[in-house]
Every structure is written in C-alpha cells, then in structure tokens.
Design a protein around this ligand. Structure first.
Ligand code: SAM
Length: 216
C-alpha cells in the first residue's frame, strides 16, 4: 500500500515508522510512505500556509489555495483516496481499518494544524473522507495519521509475521468484535497470583472455552 502524507511536520513521523513492525513493512516495500512538506507549497516570502479566520476568533486556519495546490500536485497523474484527519470525522474503528486496507492501494493523508483547514477544501470535493481517531482534540493530524497507518498496516498481507496475526485480536471478526481474553506467560506464579489452571492443562477445547468466556 502506498501512503502519501501531507504535513507541516514530516520529522514527527520518525520513530513510529522507523522501528519495529512498521519499519520492517517499509523495508520490505509492503508499505510505501511518501512525505510532502506543506510548507513547500506556502505562499509569499514566508511560505504562508495559514491565515486568520473569517468571523474572528482564536487560532489560524489552513489556507485552501495552499492545501489544494498540494493535493492536486500529488494527484496530478492518478488520484489517491484522500483522507483528512479531523476530530469532526467519522470514528476510526477496527472494521474501518480492515475495509480500508482491502479497498485502497493508495491513500493521501492530510494532517491539519492550528484550528484546522478551510471548509472549502472539504466541500470542494478535494477530500474523500474525514476520519477521527477519537473524541478528543490533538494539536495536529500527525499522531492521528500515525495511528491510522499502524491500524491499517496490520491488515496488509505479509506485514505481521507468523506469530503476530491480526486474527483473534480485540474487535476482530473471529472474536465477534469483542475485546480479547487475558494473556499469561511464565512464571506460573507471580507475586502470589497463579495462571488459571485450565491454561496449563493442555486441553485445547477447554482452553478455547475459557478464552471465549473471558472475552470483554
Ligand atoms: N478546531 C478543531 C476542532 O475543534 O474540531 C481542532 C483542530 S486541531 C487543534 C488541529 C488538527 O489536529 C486538526 O485539523 C486535525 O488534523 C488534527 N486532529 C486533532 N484531533 C484529532 C482527532 N481526534 N482525530 C483526527 N485528527 C485530529
């Protein structure tokens, strides 16, 4: 899957994309991540990307001409599915991530900042979907974009190793979209707390029954 990211802060993505499973997915070309610095599309001597809100009020609004120039440049030959990360968007869920990973080969993630983006970028059809990662407000769309990439990557074939299946995880179809059962590992007893006997029994049917009973 190719994911382009339009952001004022590309450096923020270092870490989440350069470690662990996502780094491996990038190295193995299962994920092709490309950054576009919105500042490069800024206007005037100071490469301005934002301006004061009409109607007054605190904060700045990201300019539609700058954003659309960037989106159009990235989409010049072929059109990606464009997602604006926004607290006003539809809530990201496991089902959304599963479907999106199957349906789209190329996403463009637009990261807002300040008060957000000029509504005409959305109304003008330059955004295909507004997506929220939860009912709280973050300073920018970069962390939400990273959350989305991580949630999607888990559903791209080959990204998870043999021992890291996306099946039987919380909210997966195979667990009836419920929360997963608890896990235990060695030692058998830790600070007076014992691993449930059934998990030590080797009875696969009983273990399965116990696990299903302990879904959240
Ligand atoms: N004024 C906006 C509001 O009240 O809905 C909040 C803007 S927020 C400070 C700046 C940017 O962070 C947004 O444009 C969006 O890209 C991103 N953002 C903040 N919270 C988010 C969330 N829960 N989900 C997705 N993106 C979010």
């Amino acid at each position: 899957m190719r994911i382009d990211i339009l952001t004022l802060f590309p450096a923020m993505f270092q870490g989440p994309l350069t470690e662990s499973i996502l780094a491996r997915a990038v190295a193995e070309k299962l994920l092709d991540i490309r950054f576009h610095d919105l500042r490069d599309f800024g206007l005037g001597k100071y490469h301005e990307v934002d301006d004061r809100p009409y109607g007054g009020g605190a904060g700045m609004v990201m300019k539609p001409d700058v954003l659309v120039a960037a989106i159009e440049k990235i989409s010049a030959k072929e059109k990606p599915y464009v997602i604006y990360l926004s607290p006003r968007g539809k809530r990201l869920t496991q089902i959304t991530a599963e479907k999106m990973a199957k349906k789209h080969e190329w996403l463009l993630l637009v990261c807002g900042h300040y008060e957000g983006i000029d509504q005409r970028v959305i109304d003008g059809g330059f955004i295909d979907e507004e997506l929220s990662i939860g009912d709280y407000v973050l300073t920018g769309g970069e962390l939400p974009a990273m959350v989305l990439i991580d949630a999607l990557a888990r559903h791209i074939p080959g990204v998870l190793g043999k021992d890291e299946s996306a099946q039987d995880e919380s909210f997966s179809k195979s667990l009836g979209r419920k929360r997963e059962y608890p896990h235990y590992t060695r030692p058998e007893e830790f600070r007076g707390m014992k691993v449930p006997d059934v998990l030590l029994s080797g009875h696969h049917k009983e273990i399965e029954k116990w696990r299903m009973k302990h879904l959240g």
